[in-house]
Design a protein around this ligand. Structure first.
Ligand code: PLP
Length: 389
């Protein structure tokens, strides 16, 4: 057997593991220091009570029911709940257009199974590394559109076949206006391209902002939308996400929905009944109110953390639509170098922006996924540290 030679283009280095190692080495050398971590990107709160209660009763019921494979696309009780969730926001999605998965990452990366090796992939910079890496497994050409400072990336007029958009942007935290997103939809329709709309952080979009690409006319003919319960509903550990593939997305004479179904039949076992029962509780009024509480906690943390960075001229005072903040390193320091400086001088960990592609060099990301106490302590340390350097 010969290996897939394209696999060798994927780096063996896991940036999260490098951060972890540097953090542990620092702690070992400085046992008296209390490190404040702003590099952790998963929602740390427990799974909400209504979800764990629903999982407990699902667990009870599997002890006295026949064991069958879960429906590959998801149990109707969950796909219907998600379809209703869209309808409440004025978006019509049939439950047959929703596919339950074990997290957004799996589908974002697996959708590449459907593309030709000749398709030109367009990635908007700075980007979530999985968009890039999952396209390195083949010879597919990749090109980039880089956003201007503090702006969302917009079409550049050049042709592409598959376009990755993230809303709110990870790592930028920026949200498209309906008008800006319409430009991408128009561009995709003209180019007969597919938009992969990563809406994993949609729950963080402030009231009145665009949460779903299907709020835009024409999007149901050219876009797939992917959402996650990891980021705001406590499913980072239990794992659950969903992908919307409207029946009107057609390439050649093939419905993408049918092709994805075929792909899932071969490669996917479905998500366990217990987890899907728990996820269903997220879409009740009580579940949604708990999601809003968590979103408020993390976005308020970001508001606290951004103050000293705004005062130092390293971040702009933009609305907070994400549980993280993207800002510039002072004095043109490189991302990894600044990571080391902050760790050394303030006993704090951040995320180097260069992890998000070349356009992220000289930038940093901090995560608001922490307790209020930690956020306040970190803001104090950032302020003091920025005055000292
Ligand atoms: N999309 C974005 C923008 C992310 O940041 C992440 C994870 O960090 C994912 C998707 C994957 O989410 P999930 O936990 O649902 O796999």
């Amino acid at each position: 057997m010969r290996l897939n030679e394209y696999f060798m283009r994927i780096s063996d280095v896991d940036p999260a593991a490098v951060i972890e190692k540097k953090t542990q080495d620092f702690q070992f050398a400085n046992p008296d220091k209390v490190i404040v971590r702003l590099d952790l990107e998963d929602d740390p709160l427990p799974c909400p009570d209504p979800c764990t209660q629903a999982m407990k009763s699902a667990l009870e019921s599997i002890s006295h029911s026949l064991m069958k494979l879960p429906p590959r696309q998801g149990y109707p009780f969950l796909t219907e709940a998600i379809s209703d969730f869209y309808l409440k926001r004025g978006v019509k999605i049939a439950d047959s257009e929703i596919f339950i998965n074990d997290g957004a990452k799996c589908d974002i990366t697996a959708l590449t199974d459907l593309f030709s090796d000749e398709d030109v992939v367009l990635i908007t910079q700075p980007f979530n590394p999985i968009y890039y890496s999952s396209n390195l497994f083949s010879s597919r050409p990749i090109r980039f559109v880089t956003a201007k400072e503090n702006e969302v990336p917009m079409p550049d007029g050049l042709k592409a076949d598959v376009i990755y958009l993230s809303n709110p942007g990870n790592p930028s935290g920026l949200v498209y206006s309906a008008e800006q997103l319409s430009k991408w939809v128009e561009y995709a329709l003209i180019n007969e391209a597919l938009i992969i709309f990563d809406a994993s952080y949609e729950a963080f979009v402030a009231e009145g902002g665009v949460r779903s690409i299907y709020e835009i006319e024409g999007a149901a003919e050219c876009a797939v939308e992917i959402c996650s319960l990891s980021k705001s509903a406590g499913f980072a550990n239990t794992r659950l996400g969903y992908t919307v593939i409207p029946n009107r997305v057609v390439f050649g004479s093939e419905k993408l929905n049918r092709l994805w179904s075929r792909r899932q039949r071969i490669r996917f076992n479905g998500v366990s009944n217990i987890i899907q029962r728990g996820a269903c509780a997220v879409f009740t009024p009580e579940g949604q109110s708990l999601v809003r509480e968590r979103v408020k906690l993390y976005t308020d943390n970001v508001r606290i953390l951004k103050k000293p960075l705004i005062s130092a001229g390293l971040a702009r005072d933009l609305p907070v639509n994400a549980p993280y903040l993207w800002f510039s390193c002072p004095k043109n320091e490189s991302s990894w170098s600044f990571f080391g400086t902050v760790l050394e001088k303030a006993a704090m960990t951040l995320i180097p922006g260069s992890i998000f592609g070349a356009a992220g060099e000289g930038k940093m990301k901090l995560s608001g996924y922490t307790s209020r106490e930690n956020a306040l302590l970190a803001a104090e340390r950032i302020e003091k540290f920025l005055k000292e350097i």
